[in-house]
Design a protein around this ligand. Structure first.
Ligand code: NDP
Length: 257
């Protein structure tokens, strides 16, 4: 029984922002577990490179790629329609695409505030809504929104990011309130400080790096691989009665002061 609870073989999964970083690692983990994966990003060249890499490992019938901007409602609708028609019924969606923007709030431009909220939060609504329109009539679907420790915690210079990730928590709950009765499970993964391109400058900053190590009970940065197990659990049948939760994968950072 345990093996079927975690079996996602042949299920179609779309991971937004999977040309690199955390999204790429989650897509890799889903593909390793047998899912048919659709990669996404905006930079077509980078996406094509990642796609070629995945095809070499998993085969052209197991990995697809579609570049579209997750903040553009029309592009999102066309992207999801393409997945449904070309790849198959979408069963797993990971809303991962996101950006960071570091500046003190007093110096923050409205345009940057809006760009971060649109990319990190509005996108999850747009892609989630479009996916749910297909999943609901079929009575099943998994949506995994990527949150952050900033879902719970604030820090100077990242106001729009913190607001967007707090919003992801309540978007996850709002989706659950409306869609759980149709057989969808919508949950969020909240990674702690994970070493990726996005955080390389922080890893290189000696003061920040030693703060992270001291602040994290596990005394290390997270790796992108640390996120794969929880993603697989939330993507499969083993989490069928888990609804609207935010699972923190942070080495314990948010449970201590
Ligand atoms: P990266 O910067 O490494 O990758 C971001 C990905 O998102 C890229 O594939 C990028 O595509 C894509 N993307 C950005 N904007 C758009 C858009 N408008 N439409 C489609 N795709 C887009 O980020 P990370 O891997 O570090 O972060 C991924 C997610 O994890 C984010 O939501 C982030 O907030 C979250 N997170 C990250 C943590 C960390 O420590 N790194 C910690 C907690 C949460 P392209 O290559 O085309 O630009």
């Amino acid at each position: 029984m345990a093996s079927t609870l975690f079996d996602i073989d042949g299920r179609v999964a779309l991971v937004t922002g999977s040309s690199r970083g955390i999204g790429r690692a989650i897509a890799d983990g889903l593909a390793e577990a047998g899912a048919i994966v659709v990669l996404n990003g905006v930079n077509a060249e980078r996406l094509a490179e990642t796609h070629a890499d995945f095809v070499a490992r998993f085969g052209a019938d197991r990995v697809f790629a579609r570049a579209f901007d997750v903040t553009d409602a029309d592009a999102v609708a066309a992207g999801i329609a393409w997945v449904e028609e070309t790849v198959g019924p979408l069963r797993i969606l990971v809303n991962n695409a996101g950006v960071q923007h570091r500046v003190p709030m007093l110096d923050l431009d409205v345009a940057d505030w809006e760009r971060v909220l649109k990319t990190n939060l509005t996108s999850a609504f747009l892609v989630g809504r479009e996916a749910a329109r297909h999943m609901i009539p079929r009575g099943e679907g998994k949506i995994i929104n990527i949150a952050s420790v900033q879902t719970d915690l604030a820090r100077p210079t990242i106001a729009p990011y913190t607001v967007s990730k707090g919003g992801i928590r309540n978007l996850t709950r709002a989706m659950t309130a409306e869609w759980a009765e149709h057989g969808l499970q919508i949950n969020a993964i909240a990674p702690g400080y994970i070493h990726t391109e996005m955080t390389q400058n922080l890893v290189d900053d000696e003061k920040f790096n030693s703060w992270i190590l001291g602040r994290t009970p596990a005394h290390r940065w997270g790796t992108i691989e640390d996120l794969v197990g929880p993603a697989l659990w939330l993507a499969g049948d083993g989490s069928k009665f888990v609804n609207g939760q935010v699972v923190f994968i942070d080495g314990g950072m948010t449970v201590v002061v």
